[in-house]
Design a protein around this ligand. Sequence first.
Ligand code: GLA
Length: 721
Amino acid sequence: MPEPTSPPAPHAPSQSVSFDISTGTGVLRTPGSAYALRIGADGSPRHVYWGAPLSDAEIAALPSAKSPADSSFEADAVADELAVETGARFGPAGLRVRFADGTRGAQWRFEGFDLDPDGPGDTLRVRLVDRVYPLAADLHYRVWPDTDVIERWVTLRHTGGPGADAGTGSIVVERCDSAAWTLPARPDYRLSHLVGGWSSEFQLRRDRVPVAETTLTSRRGATSHHANPWLALDDGTATETAGQVWSAALAWSGSWRITVERDPVGRLSFTGGAGHEGVGVTLQPGETWQTPVFAGLYSGAGFGGASRAWHAYVRAHVLPHPEEDRPVVYNSWEATGFDVTEADQKKLAGLAARAGAELFVLDDGWFGARRDDTAGLGDWAPFRGAFPNGLRPLAAEVRRLGMRFGLWVEPEMVNVDSDLYRAHPDWVIHSPTREPTELRNQLMLNLGRPDTAAWVLRTLDALVRENSVDFLKWDMNRVVTEAGWPGHPDPDRLWTEHVRSVYRIMDRLRADHPALRIEGCAGGGGRVDLGIMARTDQCWTSDNTDPVDRIGIQAGFGQVYPAAAMAAWATDSPNGSTFRETPLRFRFHVAMAGALGLGGDLAEWSEEELDQAAAFVAEYKEIRPLVQRGIAWRLRSADGVSGVHYAAPDDSEHVVLVWRPTMAFGHEPAPVVLPGLRAGSRYVDLFWGAEYSGESLTTRGLPLGLPAGDYASRVIRLRRV
Ligand code: GLA
């Protein structure tokens, strides 16, 4: 262990983070896990341990992962806390740098550590400097007393002064991951991840990990519908309720990449961070570069345990207002499309209020020349043909009906056929010599430009202020192509600066309008991640509102993100995407598993349907605290029944939502085991009055009493007696 070149910071009293300078070992402790790293002989922090809690003595006795310099023929999964390109390392490097004289790769000297420099939470910072070049890297770790999630990120610093020569000039950072994570050796590994596309987000895949490098990525400049920056790993034996699971998620809403490397001798590491291959930044002397957080957790309680840990973490440390009930939203998109008028929207508002909605959202089509998706995007003034006196009369009516007023915006975008584009064609992301690709007939503003970002902030601020907007549905319906930034000395910064600018604008709007709430949306669930969730209150899960498809989409979303953030509407039948006809009750029961909203053309609903809708909404409001702040247990039985159980943390109240899209063979479904109940308690079904012991519900299961036929569903409420 090399000597630190600066005196270590005084040992802080924190129990959860420690660093033993005599062995160079850092230890992080969470309520249900421990994590350890050690400075290797080459000065690089190497992985030691991540798993169930171990004593200090046990951790001290563990070897570090092998030094990469040991053998040029030894296969070696990353096992560095952040892999560099020097030494006998041949796996995916988390840090790829090129210095001005052409030299590649950092070679570290351990400078020291600090405990709790980055509050809040308990933090450890490991300080590294290159032995020759003016590059410093800090590896940051943060733990909290109430979660097993460990947050990690990296700060790079160009420590050279201005006017430096070629050896110390600018530094090209081709890649800087937030962290690498290493798992204990196992004979086999399995990867769980989320894949999909527009209208089919969050499909869970669970496959064996090949002895190879497996990359999960988005190169779109946005999180993407196609892969979500989350993964879970196990040895192939974990179940929903038991077994060891290691999981990680990136807090970033742009391009990203996570590479899992499994080597032939039973080791597995993964490294991840912002950006995709071939896109980096050039650091100038004095400049600092900070990565987003890559959060990871260990659970000994199976996939369900990992999800519950994520949900609790997101509620406690990510979402801005976790304590608030998410309102029942009515959104006009599926009812009126682009064809919005003040009269129509007022009528829908009246019906929505009657059904119990608490917030009315006017979706696309209210502004500029936006009669379809070919024009008007960027011109955020009400279309006078539809709203002759602006939006205030509608907003006033919505309030008179007892609801809050929300508005759809897509502030990062512009149609070529718009006044904004005609005035500022240079504001879009483009390469002047390349044909621009229009996706959904639109181009993307470069919010990395200070003038463009300032305009967006000004425009949104005025919209919110002038119309007393309570809620913005912030949409993003295209991704980055022809990624140029003409005139910028380091044009690839676009990929990060656009995202950071969106974050800054959201943060600023929220600070200036404390009552404003934001729903994140990107053509459905194309931008759902821990980064956007830190500044939005909920996310639009998918444009697909078919309840059968939604069961899978919502189950995937719920692997990592909590129900409070999962916007789910009951809409029309037949469904606008799938043309499937389903009963109103089934549509509501599926949507009630998240932040319930209404999205259909209520003007076409019968009186009876509106009354039923009002009853479902009223029932939802009763179970809402359980759904939005309870502890979630995914349920699945034979017979095609799936569902979710939300438990009050004190075990007093429970709600079980179960769905069976198709009835096979006319079989009665078997009772569903509820592992989240307590063996010593007794529970009463509030509808049937039946009483059960916890033992019976956790072993034999709950009889579902589902009606016969397809699209059967029930909301079962249990109270502890
Ligand atoms: C996206 C959103 C939809 C709707 C439309 C409006 O597709 O996901 O909910 O707002 O845009 O154009």
